[in-house]
Design a protein around this ligand. Structure first.
Ligand code: SF4
Length: 239
């Protein structure tokens, strides 16, 4: 087989793989349905509309690698919007955010401060499709996906934002600072809605960052500072 044949074969296999993955999610799962999903204004945007568009999105190269995109899950108008980095392999398989070992730890962390994805939180990621090999999303991928997160924030109108880990904190705060310097303090986050999404109201949302649960699984010494961060969030919510 010549080098040219090999290139053609690789291209063919790539295309076939993307097609099969696409069929896979269509057969397995429709975009999630959000209960009590009320548009911000009559006829306006909704979580379900955004989820459908995410399932159809091909705006960056991650679309060809995903099994399922992961729009997010939780309650509308949550007390806390929890933002992670990107789906991992189990999330990619199931189309849900934070469902692996790190996800279970996140649920326990949230429960320790009376938060839960079933009662008062919504959980999503900065990008909705899994980067291969769990690498960081590239700036281009994050920029392509940013309008979805902006629209979700507009529809959800969360009282607080909790960023899990470096990537989420850096993306939301538009900074290159490390998580060690960003965590544990409140920032004023001003939502940036997409230009076609008439943004009459853009309230400032208090935002706090802490370590990603995966980091806590790698380094148990980070558990105490993460717990301190969550207690700060709880104290702010209670006041
Ligand atoms: S990561 Fe975001 S922008 Fe890229 S394909 Fe998925 S939904 Fe679209």
């Amino acid at each position: 087989m010549t080098a040219e044949d090999k290139t053609r074969l690789a291209l063919l296999l790539d295309t076939a793989g993307a097609f099969l993955r696409d069929c896979h999610w269509r057969e397995r799962k429709a975009p999630p349905v959000f209960e009590d999903d009320v548009p911000a204004e009559p006829g306006g945007d909704s979580l379900e509309t955004i989820a459908v568009e995410i399932h159809e999105c091909r705006a960056c190269g991650l679309c060809g690698l995903r099994i399922l995109p992961v729009p997010g899950e939780g309650v509308p108008q949550p007390r806390v919007l929890v933002i992670g980095e990107a789906p991992g392999s189990e999330e990619d398989e199931r189309g849900k955010p934070f469902v692996g070992v790190a996800g279970h730890l996140l649920d326990r962390m949230l429960a320790s401060v009376n938060l839960s994805r079933t009662t008062n939180c919504f959980i999503t990621n900065t990008v909705k499709c899994r980067p291969p090999g769990n690498r960081d999303p590239s700036p281009e991928e994050t920029a392509s996906c940013a309008p979805f997160l902006a629209r979700q924030i507009r529809v959800l109108r969360p009282a607080y934002i909790l960023c899990m880990g470096r990537i989420a904190a850096q993306t939301m705060l538009r900074t290159g600072e490390g998580i060690g310097r960003l965590r544990g303090k409140f920032f004023d986050y001003t939502p940036e809605y997409p230009p076609d999404n008439n943004a009459a109201i853009a309230p400032v949302i208090p935002l706090i960052a802490t370590y990603h649960p995966s980091a806590l699984l790698r380094d148990a010494e980070l558990k105490r500072p993460a717990w301190e961060d969550l207690k700060k969030l709880l104290a702010r919510i209670q006041t």
